[in-house]
Design a binder for this molecule. Structure first.
Ligand code: KOT
Length: 833
């Protein structure tokens, strides 16, 4: 294509093509130009928000220049690309990240200062892009950052929700949800009104025979909704590569609205159709680790999969390659089962639209797709009812049945004597109504399936997917332990620590190769280094204390041990264990003499996280935390020894303040329930110690940093089933210390005990599924060890430094390279100048 454009034309374009600012002066010129022209403001009415918009526009120009070059290079080189399909991308803010990635933050800081602004205030104007719930969506965002940084030709595909995850307010101790409308003046997206796809729903399937006697399936009638592309540039760190995140937005197919209906006087129904179509991409489902089988969710999934697949196939067809080259050009990663319909959609395109034979098509499909499982929790495993699919996607249901038939036939051939295996592994669960098991469909339609931490992947192989390991052999199943991007989670969140490390290592190279961190272990006894390290932690604690003061009005003592648990609220993550532990501590302090109190290590227990709006038990836990905070924080017998803080509306930008400020953080899920966890990694990378169960990635963190540097407690995963079984048969005795906590709750110490009875009953009366009582003693004892360890600040500091030094393994770059090598088979493609 490149060669077909005449040289004079190319020369003219080259001569006039946009230039990037390269220093402070040029940045200021661009900033003022955007403020005065794009924004129509001036020196006299430029507030911080306008300064933010201007700065964002200036950096956006830079990203777009790089984005164009990257996309051209990827198109002309025509090398294999990765498509990462995720219903969630929890990006957080973009400006700070863009400044750091292009290496111009210092220039921007000085330039903004010249023009009368503080860079921190400007950065703080940005609204988080919060198109995700928690770990799964944040992992997708870290993938994008690493894929760009490592120069992989890669695109993300997602939905452009009008409303991201709700904003959380705490009113009288209860969570209240506020819609998160985030799209006004979002400079980071580019509407591509010319890139649209019509997506069909409902209707019915007609069968024909063509002139050669071949059976043709035609999906007819139904409704059509239009998908429009919105592109978000994703800059890599220290590279020109700028990848693309394409988000789809829905609207009625006929454009504005149906003019026929409108002219016929049916204005209301014309507008209603429009609104109906727009509903598809209106709102992110606010459930983490929970699937509820709602029709609108299924519509979202198909809308997004079909638009993305159409786009990918359209791009492939332009290359004029043969279909069997499709898997050599394209790798599609499924972020959990949410995009599983993409497998069915590709098969449909290949056989119904492109006329391939079933087997040839299916071979292309399975070579193209791979699937990541993130959870073993039964309530999170997606199943769609057959009647729902029949109605919404009739042709897809036929294909699913066909895939299942061929699959079961092959299983029967291999295991002729095993009667039960067929019903166990069937994609269709024979329930009422029948259900489609999406995880099974995803396994059967992929060439690789991975879990997200060693324990999690082992559990998949020995429990959930055991039969499939028998059927396909162990090679289809693998582990890739999660990671985090050191750019955002060290450099951006903790600039001073990053600078200290860079000073010792001689460069910022560790941000691109995190294993280089191991070199700081040599400074563990260096006095000046240690002092600087602890000063930085203190500064970070002060920054958080300031945030707490401004949002809650409470003063917290920066010398106290900051004990943090921030993540989605879920029974399996056991914030209830934490707050019961806090109550235990409160009761213990109250029972102390003045003399005994002098020995207490002051604590600030910090909680944060959202509960799914329909998850009552999670909301009850939030309520209890806030009620305990009310009582404890104003109890004169307690003073500074214990404070309980609930940080409202925990999100990515708050995590950037919280993670660097913890002394200890809590990762205390019931063993065998957390897929990986990634906040554990963020805290350790920022020099915090952790208390955790032997679950998810905690186990591998322990292996890397050494068990003397982590506080592990609680029952092991292999004992969980047996304990639950015993509880079920009545073998349950409430831990006596927990009983004391429950007694306090029941005597209305924290407000009306009736508010919390479901929570205590789930433990005392309903089998304690999450083993709170079984782990309570071990938890309390381990916290006593934490107190003791904290009193020896010198040793604590050594643990902190050593742990950071050994965290290289948890870089998202390692993760991305593992996927690239063993799943996608793609190579980096650096951008030329
Ligand atoms: C499941 C259904 C709906 C929405 C989210 C999920 C979900 C989230 N399943 N697993 N996760 C988390 O994924 C993270 C990234 O791999 C893990 O670190 C974490 O342990 C999972 O709970």
């Amino acid at each position: 294509v490149e060669a077909t454009i005449p040289e004079p034309l190319r020369e003219a374009w080259r001569k006039h093509s946009a230039n990037e600012f390269t220093n402070k002066e040029e940045f200021e010129t661009e900033l003022v130009r955007h403020i005065e022209t794009t924004l129509a403001r001036s020196l006299y009415n430029c507030d911080e928000l306008a300064a933010y918009s201007g700065t964002a526009l200036a950096f956006r120009d830079r990203l777009i220049i790089e984005w164009n070059k990257t996309q051209q290079r990827q198109t002309f080189t025509d090398q294999k690309r990765v498509y990462y399909l995720s219903l969630e991308f929890l990006m957080g803010r973009a400006l700070d990240n863009a400044m750091l990635n292009v290496g111009m933050k210092d220039a921007a800081r000085e330039g903004l200062a010249d023009l009368g602004f503080r860079i921190e205030d400007v950065i703080n104007q940005e609204h988080d892009a919060a198109l995700g719930n928690g770990g799964l969506g944040r992992l997708a965002a870290c993938f994008l950052d690493s894929m760009a940084t490592l120069n992989y030709p890669a695109w993300g595909y997602g939905l452009r929700y009008r409303y991201g995850i709700f904003k959380q307010e705490i009113v009288n101790g209860y969570q209240v949800e506020i819609p998160d409308y985030w799209l006004d003046n979002n400079p980071w997206e580019f509407p591509r009104h010319e890139i649209t796809v019509d997506i069909q729903f409902y209707g019915n399937v007609k069968k024909y025979q063509d002139e050669n006697g071949k059976i043709i399936h035609s999906w007819e009638d139904g409704e059509v909704v239009q998908a429009t592309a919105y592109d978000v540039p994703i800059p890599g760190y220290g590279t020109k590569t700028t990848n693309n995140l394409r988000l789809w937005s829905s609207k009625a197919s006929s454009g504005e609205f149906d003019f026929q209906k409108f002219n016929a006087g049916d204005y209301e129904s014309a507008v209603a159709d429009q609104q109906n179509a727009e509903t598809i991409s209106a709102v992110l489902y606010p459930n983490d680790n929970l699937e509820r089988g709602k029709e609108l969710r299924l519509k979202q999934q198909y809308f997004w999969c079909a638009a993305s697949l159409f786009d990918i196939v359209r791009r492939f067809k332009k290359t004029k390659r043969a279909w069997n080259e499709f898997p050599e050009q394209i790798a599609i990663q499924l972020n959990d089962t949410h995009p599983t319909l993409a497998i069915v959609e590709l098969q449909r395109i290949l056989i119904d639209k492109e006329g391939l034979e079933w087997d040839e098509a299916w071979s292309i499909v399975t070579k193209t797709f791979s699937y990541t499982n993130h959870t073993v929790l039964p309530e999170a495993l997606e199943k769609w009812s057959v009647p729902l699919l029949q109605n919404l996607l009739p042709r897809h249901l036929q294909i699913i049945y066909e895939v299942n038939l061929f699959f079961l036939q092959s299983v029967e051939k291999r295991f002729p004597k095993d009667r039960d295996i067929l019903s166990r592994v069937s994609i269709i669960e024979e329930s009422h109504p029948k259900m489609v098991r999406m995880a099974y469909l995803a396994i059967i339609g992929s060439h690789k399936v991975n879990g997200v931490a060693e324990l999690h992947s082992d559990l998949l192989k020995t429990t959930l997917f055991k039969d499939f390991v028998e059927i396909y052999g162990p090679d289809r199943f693998m582990n890739v332990t999660n990671g985090i991007t050191p750019r955002r989670w060290l450099h951006q969140a903790n600039p001073r620590l990053s600078a200290l490390i860079a000073e010792k290592l001689g460069s910022y190279d560790f941000l691109k190769d995190l294993t280089l961190l191991d070199k700081i272990e040599a400074f563990v006894d260096d006095k000046a280094f240690r002092e600087e390290w602890s000063t930085i932690k203190r500064e970070n604690k002060l920054r958080l204390a300031k945030h707490i003061k401004s949002t809650t009005g409470f003063d917290v003592n920066p010398n106290a041990l900051f004990d943090v648990q921030v993540k989605r609220i879920h029974e399996y993550k056991r914030q209830q264990l934490n707050i019961f532990g806090v109550i235990h501590r409160y009761l213990s302090i109250k029972a102390m003499s003045d003399e005994e109190k002098k020995k207490v290590v002051p604590r600030v227990s910090i909680f944060g996280g959202k509960a799914a709006p329909g998850y009552w038990m999670a909301k009850t836990i939030i309520h209890l935390i806030n009620k305990v905070a009310e009582v404890v924080n104003k109890d004169p017998e307690i003073g500074d020894l214990l404070k309980v803080i609930f940080i409202e509306d925990y999100n990515v930008s708050k995590a950037e303040i919280i993670c660097p400020a913890s002394d200890i953080s809590e990762h205390i899920s019931t063993a065998g329930t957390e897929g990986s966890g990634t906040s554990n990694m963020k805290f350790v990378l920022n020099g915090g110690l952790i208390i955790g169960t032997c679950d998810g990635a905690n186990i591998e963190i322990t292996r890397e940093i050494g068990e003397q540097n982590i506080f592990l407690f609680g029952n092991l995963s292999e004992d969980v089933e047996d304990l639950r079984h015993r509880h079920f048969y009545g073998d349950f005795k409430l831990d006596p210390q927990l009983e004391r906590v429950f007694d306090a709750i029941k005597s209305n110490t924290f407000g009306d005990q009736g508010d919390f009875s479901a929570l205590t009953a789930s433990i005392e009366e309903h089998g304690d599924y999450y083993l709170v009582s079984d782990d309570f003693n071990s938890y309390i004892t381990t916290h006593e060890m934490v107190d003791e360890a904290f009193q020896n600040q010198e040793e604590w500091l050594a643990k902190s430094i050593t742990s950071v030094a050994r965290m290289g393994f948890f870089s998202m770059d390692r993760v991305t390279n593992e996927y690239a090598d063993s799943i996608w088979n793609v190579e980096p493609l650096p951008v030329r100048d």
